[in-house]
Design a protein around this ligand. Structure first.
Ligand code: FES
Length: 147
């Protein structure tokens, strides 16, 4: 059902963790299943993503796609990171089962939300980047869990 690459990234996820004082942080939730992903970006003065970490409260496909997405954006410029779509992440993983395609959207949305946060903090605009639809602000997910 899952490719070897998906299993590898699920069993040995890359870049798990947090970045203190990150240049941009994005947290998104998957409306379909309620899973949550947070991405931290460390971006230098030249707009290059020097480091990236993620945390995912989600399924195996979400873990694998987050892991692959972090590998794909690391060392890239902000503009290049915009090209890391869920389709690109799935291709890099040799595909996902159709019922798991929605999981790969989390990684793309989380990267966009983190880039949006970075752009807001620095007063810049990034071509093609819109305000994230499902950005969850710090603390909101904890509040949601009480219901
Ligand atoms: Fe929720 Fe995969 S089932 S992200």
């Amino acid at each position: 059902m899952y490719s070897e690459k998906v299993m590898d990234h699920f069993e040995h996820p890359r870049n798990v963790g947090e970045i203190e004082n990150a240049s941009g942080v994005g947290t998104v939730g998957n409306a379909k299943c309620g899973d949550i992903m947070r991405i931290y970006l460390d971006i230098d003065d030249d707009g290059i993503i020097r480091d990236v970490k993620f945390k995912t409260f989600g399924c195996g496909a979400a873990v694998a796609t987050s892991s692959m997405a972090t590998e794909l954006v690391k060392g890239k410029s902000v503009r290049e990171a915009m090209e890391v779509t869920n389709k690109a992440v799935m291709e890099a993983l040799d595909g996902l089962p159709p019922v798991k395609v929605h999981c790969s959207l989390l990684a793309e949305e989380a990267i966009h939300a983190a880039l949006w946060d970075y752009a807001q903090k620095n007063g810049i605009t990034i071509d093609g980047l819109d305000k994230p639809k499902s950005d969850i602000h710090e603390g909101e997910e904890e509040a949601e869990e009480e219901y």
